[in-house]
Ligand binder design. Structure first.
Ligand code: AMP
Length: 218
């Protein structure tokens, strides 16, 4: 059995064409079914649905052989678990593209605050990425860990800035926030459990090769 860990939403949807290239069709729609293990058209392949931030953990500990996860999640996972078993990362799938950015209220003078050397309060789910980014810039920050609705933090006075994913920029705009720095570009990666790659080399190789052939250039 080959187990692939995916998260619902954009990653699931954008992985479907890659799975099709490997001759794998997921037989249930996760938006309609409550099942967490989805059968596929290939009896020896199944998909498990996990929270996006749990995909690296599932693959690292062998709960899944492969997974698809955003670079943001992967970096954050590696920073939180520095001693963890290394995941094989054979492919940048070029899906679920977005960026990690710093955003503030449109009436907040970010450049001035940074120049002044004042301590910035930054709310984010990406504590590791944010800590490294501001340390490299030499900006002192107090990091506030949030698990969602980051956009609320500057609006309620919880923080001066947020570090969050931006795709079209519509969410920031709707909340009167502006993007002031782009930290890094993000896309989703295929991750593979190293032991599974050794033990199930042929079927996993076949999936990696099919995914590679279906990656769309920019
Ligand atoms: P947008 O309004 O298009 O800029 O999208 C921003 C919102 O969607 C934010 O709440 C992000 O956390 C979320 N988002 C954008 N791109 C992604 C992605 N590739 N994966 C997961 N969440 C995303």
């Amino acid at each position: 059995m080959i187990t692939l860990a995916l998260s619902k939403g954009r990653i699931f949807e954008e992985t479907l064409p890659l799975l099709a290239a490997a001759g794998i069709e997921v037989l249930e729609d996760p938006e309609k079914s409550r099942k967490l293990i989805l059968p596929t058209s290939r009896p020896e392949v199944r998909v498990v649905l996990v929270r996006a931030s749990d995909v690296p953990t599932y693959v690292e500990y062998g709960g899944a052989d492969l997974g698809v996860t955003g670079l943001d999640t992967l970096l954050e996972h590696n920073m939180e678990h520095p001693g963890g078993a290394s995941l094989v990362q054979p492919l940048d799938l070029r899906i679920a593209k977005c960026r990690v950015s710093v955003a503030v209220r449109s009436d907040f003078d970010y450049a001035h605050a940074v120049r002044q050397g004042s301590r910035l309060k930054v709310a984010t789910k990406y504590v590791g990425i944010a800590r490294e980014f501001f340390a490299t810039k030499g900006v002192h920050v107090d990091l506030i860990k949030l698990y969602g609705s980051m956009e609320l933090a500057p609006l309620t006075g919880l923080a001066d800035a947020i570090v969050d994913l931006v795709s079209t920029g519509n969410t920031l705009k709707a909340n009167h926030l502006v993007e002031v720095e782009r930290i890094m570009d993000i896309s989703s990666r295929l991750v593979v459990n190293p032991a599974a790659l050794k033990l199930k080399r042929e079927p996993i190789r076949q999936i990696i090769d099919a995914f590679a052939s279906a990656i769309r250039p920019d």
